[in-house]
Ligand binder design. Sequence first.
Ligand code: ZN
Length: 378
Amino acid sequence: MNWRKLTAYLLIASMTAALFTGCKKEEPAETVPTTESTVATTTTSVETTPETTAKVTRSAEEYKKAGINELNSVPILMYHRIYNMKNSETKYKGGNVDKDGYNRTSEAFEADLRSFYEQGYRMMRLTDFVDGKIDVPFGYSPLILTFDDGIRDVVLEGWNDDGSPKFDPGCAIAILEKIKAEFPDYNVTATFFLNCQLFCNKEEDDKKILKWMVDHGYDIGNHTYNHVKLGGMEADAIEKEVGRMYQLLDSIIPGQYVNIVALPYGSPEKISDDKPQYQKILSGTYEGFNYTTKATLLCAWTRSYSPFVRDYNKTAIRRIRAYDNGGVYWDIEDNFKQLNNGKRYISDGDPDTIVYPSEDNASGTWLKETYGHTAIPY
Ligand SMILES: [Zn+2]
C-alpha cells in the first residue's frame, strides 16, 4: 500500500472514529504530507470535459478511495453571541445559552472548532466560496463560519503595547485566535455580519477593531443597518437599510468588507423578479453611494449546496444553526452526521478543478456552474 492509499484509509477511518468524540488534542492521523508530488499516470478511466484542457493529477482510483466529491455539500455555520461561560453554567443543554440555542458558551464553541478539525474539515472564506474558489487540501472538506449581529463576538478588554486589541478570552474572536495559533493548517477565518452598532464596543474602538480584523484574515459583511426584516419592505426602505450599512463599512474599511448580506430573520426567503423591490438588496444607491451584493444568506437550517450544482442559489445560501438539540432536528450533530454519511464535499486539493463521481452527474444537469474550472468526473 502506498502512502496515498494509506492516507485515504486513515482519513476515512479517522472521519468515522472522530464523530463527536470530544476534544482530543493530538494531531489526527490523516495529516497530508506537505512534500506531496503529483502524478499524471493511470488517467485512462478519468474523463474531462471536451472544451477544457485536461488537468488530471490523480487516478480515478485515488479519487474514489479518498471519496473526492466536489458536488456535495458544505457546512456554513451560523453563530450569534458567544458567552464566556462553561456549559454547566447555563440552564440549557449542550452549550446552549438560551432556549433556542442561538447563543453558545465559549466552552461549546471551542469544542465545536476542535471537533470539526478532527473530522477533517478546514476553514475557508465565505467570499471565496461565493466566487467558486474552494481551496482545501486533498481529502479534506471545506467549513465556513459566520456570526450574525456582532454582539459579544468581539469583547474588548483593552489594547496591547503594540497596538493590537486585547480580547476577553471567552469571546468568539479570542477563541478563534487561540485555535488559529494551535492549528496553523486549519486556516481559521470567519465572516461577521454587522449592524450599525458594530461589535457594541466604543465606536472608536470598534473602528480600530474592524481594521485589525480585516488585516488578520477575517471578513466583515452586511446584516442591514437596523437589523430589520427586509421581506415585505418597500424598495426605498430596503435601499436605505442595505446601502447605509455598506456605506458605514466603506467609511471604516474601504474596499475591505465583503459584499454579502446575511438576511435578518432569513427574510425574504426568495429574491425573485416578481418582487422588484427585493432587487434593491442586490444593487442600489444610498445618498449617492452605489452598492452591489453578490450573495445573500438565509438563517438556517442545513448544509449549503456546492456552488457548482444546479440547486445552489447564491441569493438563498443555506446555513446550519450552530446549536445543540440532542443530535436531532438540524442541530450541529445532526447536520454533521448527515454530511459525514455521504453528503460532504471532499476536495481534490486543486481549486481549479471540479472532481466528482460520474454517477453524481449522470443526468448531465446536476453540475451547473464551473466558474471556469475544469470538470473531472471519475
Ligand atoms: Zn441577526
